[in-house]
Design a protein around this ligand. Sequence first.
Ligand SMILES: C[S@@+](CC[C@H](N)C(=O)[O-])C[C@H]1O[C@@H](n2cnc3c(N)ncnc32)[C@H](O)[C@@H]1O
Length: 261
Amino acid sequence: MERRSDWYTHPKYYEAIFGTDTEKEMDFLLAVNERLGTGGSLLLEPACGAGRLVEEAARRGMKVVGYDISEPMLEHARRRLKPAWRRRVRLFQSRMESFSAPEVQGQVDLAFNLVSTFRYLDSEKAARDHLESTRRLLKPEGLYVLGFHLTEYTRDTFERERWVGRVGRDTVICNTREGLPDRRLRRSPMRNRLRIRGPGKDMLVETDWFFRTYDLAQARRLFRSAGLRVRAMYDFDYRLDSPVGRGSNRLDRIFVLQPAG
Ligand SMILES: C[S@@+](CC[C@H](N)C(=O)[O-])C[C@H]1O[C@@H](n2cnc3c(N)ncnc32)[C@H](O)[C@@H]1O
């Protein structure tokens, strides 16, 4: 069996697992934009990865700015765009901690960052810098839709998820594991295993990293300190008619953030 590390150097296998909800996510994002935001057409995706949502937005006629730290992911994103959509899209290699784009300062209608990617930002400063710089790119009534899992610090078992996808004749099995959170260090150890099997192929891509942890109070404090207010909360069911109430114990959260003004 061939062994590799870093699943983001394998965009097509990443997408076989995480590409399945793309239309539903974009339906939700555009509905939030219409109902709670400006309804305008300039979108921004920090850490856009292999570009599944960038492509979906461009296909629906939106203009999109996307950036990511990983060149292999961006390369995949560039390749997937049909020429007619490509002129509506601008992609950059950049980090969430430091991205700036003076040409769209104060002009973005909707920024979005789903599937817990925000938790890669590994300190309060990095997270605040990212939120503040994203806020500066938004219109005053623009929105930043941020989706990630909150942490229950009293949890004493590992969290596991398993998905199966296909790429051509290959089967991709994805197992992720979140270890026990460290309340003091504000992080959880993460492990992802992608096993890819197909004709003449048996490959294991194993990636280990830490995700920053937030309970609801920590997340709210951070948003406030970055000049953002929570307009609404949802969960990963992406149902606009079903917002999450303050007392909910669902940990998968979509925060709809707006400049505090
Ligand atoms: C889980 S993927 C999400 C990709 C895309 N947003 C999506 O929904 O499919 C996380 C992405 O974050 C990128 N990433 C991780 N840390 C980053 C950072 N500090 N700045 C920019 N991108 C980062 C990775 O390269 C990867 O493409």
